[in-house]
Design a protein around this ligand. Structure first.
Ligand code: UD1
Length: 441
């Protein structure tokens, strides 16, 4: 549990409770505001390192990962200015005095996205020193594509005693890079580096996730020249000095999908403000097939269960626009209550079924064979004491608890706080019975 305050993000108040108690069975009703995307805001914050001018981000979600990255940036000499607005936080970053100092390893190891500092620092300062990043324990999650790409751009990269040391004293140069698979983080890291590298960089097999296009749009707002945004081939004419910019963070499609699951499992009706169906990619067809009705309205999406019961469906995760691996766990929680069987195959991360054991404690009928989980729908889920093991496992347990009977208590809440902006308060405002406290189970 994170109890220490993070001075670079004064709005971050470590939540007082170790456990979240959810009494299920109440339909969620009302409006749930979807925040800016966690996976978009992190690279956007890092993009501020590329310029001495001010970068202002609107619609910043109040999550632990944002607070941790703000602390890392402050440690590198950035100044942060926060202001609360009706649409999330606004953050202005000045990286005028950035230096490639050593950063706090405790902060770096809290999230994998800290690896994005590598490309930006190297491009701006010619040097970066970073402990190996951490993050959810859901797979090997190597950073070999990141390193190979930076080396192709002329960097020297060494790993010593768990610390990555990268140098490019004469600056980075453009290169042609073919990613072995469309890695989200590697595409972002190399894009951040390429905008300041001299000459042209071509990134082939770039990832298509909407958060990458959001980053590219922010960078073009700073004056970068990027062709092929939204495609598998990004062409960057680098080396131009970058200006400051003002950018609003894309809505969080994973928070949106998670809340669609929560609405359907409780048979409620929620207006998911600021969300957009097009951001779901293939998941929107999966929701329709499972019996989750999503209709786009002015300013958001109305979610409800379609007439009749939920249906079992088969799902295979893949790179965008295929079904998002980050929705696999919450959708599995939903399908535990569907009629019939569902086969859920995870292709992105090797160990992304930690939630299965916890869902079973609640009475779910799930068996795992290799990378596929077979879910047979049950009539009810019962309250239980469960543990969150990663961000999306936490989301799955919240969905199951809301749709369950009786009281479920969740611990390991840091994971929920990392990725979900004020989830407890937002759920309570929609009628959920959720209490966070230090009471033992
Ligand atoms: C990002 C998201 C995460 C999401 C994932 C896939 C952020 C902050 N995180 O993670 O929520 O689940 O995309 O959509 O945006 N790989 C390598 N070598 C590398 C890079 C990746 O082997 O150098 C492998 C990984 O181990 C993994 C796969 O490629 O199996 C996909 O990883 P990647 O797309 O890079 O995910 P992240 O950027 O870590």
């Amino acid at each position: 549990m994170t109890t220490a305050p993070l001075p670079a993000a004064p709005w971050w108040r470590p939540h007082p409770g170790r456990t979240l108690a959810i009494r299920g069975g109440t339909p969620l009703v009302g409006t749930y505001p979807i925040s800016g995307a966690k996976n978009a805001v992190l690279p956007l914050m890092v993009s501020a390192l590329l310029t001495p001018h001010l970068v202002t981000l609107h619609n910043v979600p109040a999550t632990l990962d944002v607070a941790v990255l703000a602390s890392l940036l402050q440690g590198l000499g950035c100044e942060m200015n926060w202001s609360p607005t009706s649409a999330g936080l606004s953050l202005t970053i000045s990286a005028d005095k950035v230096r490639p100092r050593s950063v706090d390893p405790d902060l770096v190891t809290r999230m994998r996205a800290s690896v994005l500092l590598l490309g930006a620092l190297l491009a701006r300062c010619g040097e970066a020193r970073l402990p190996l990043p951490g993050g959810d324990a859901i797979g090997l999650r190597g950073i070999d594509f990141h390193i190979a790409g930076l080396r192709a751009m002329g960097a020297t990269v060494d790993l010593e005693a768990g610390v990555i040391h990268a140098t490019a004293p004469h600056g980075l140069r453009g290169a042609e890079i073919l990613l072995p698979m469309p890695s989200v983080g590697a595409t972002e890291n190399l894009l951040l580096a390429a905008v300041l590298a001299r000459g042209t960089t071509i990134i082939r097999n770039a990832a298509l996730e909407p958060e990458i296009a959001d980053l590219a749009l922010c960078l073009t707002g700073m004056g970068a020249r990027i062709g092929g945004i939204g495609s598998h081939i990004l062409t960057i004419e680098g080396g131009l000095p970058l200006a400051g910019t003002i950018h609003a963070v894309l809505p969080d499609r994973i928070e949106f999908g998670t809340l669609a699951c929560a609405t359907a499992i409780t048979d409620g009706e929620l207006f998911l403000a600021h969300s957009r169906i097009d951001l779901l990619g293939a998941a929107s067809a999966s929701f329709a097939a499972a019996g989750v009705d999503l209709s786009e309205m002015d300013g958001g999406v109305m979610a409800r269960r379609a007439k009749g019961s939920l249906n079992g469906i088969d799902v295979t995760t893949g790179p965008y626009p295929e079904f998002a691996t980050d929705l696999q766990a919450p959708v599995m929680a939903l399908l535990t209550r569907a009629r019939g069987a569902s086969a859920i195959t995870e292709t992105i991360f090797e160990h992304r079924f930690h939630h299965v054991g916890e869902l079973r404690k609640m009475g779910a009928n799930i068996s795992v064979m290799g990378r596929t989980a077979l879910v047979r729908g049950v009539d009810r889920l019962d309250g239980a004491a469960v543990t969150c093991t990663d961000i999306r496992a936490a989301a799955a347990l919240v969905v199951a608890a809301l749709g369950g009977t009786g009281k479920t208590t969740l611990d390991g809440l840091d994971h929920l706080d990392r990725g979900y902006d004020n989830m407890q308060e937002k759920l309570a405002a929609c009628g959920a019975n959720v209490v966070r406290s230090d009471t033992d189970r």
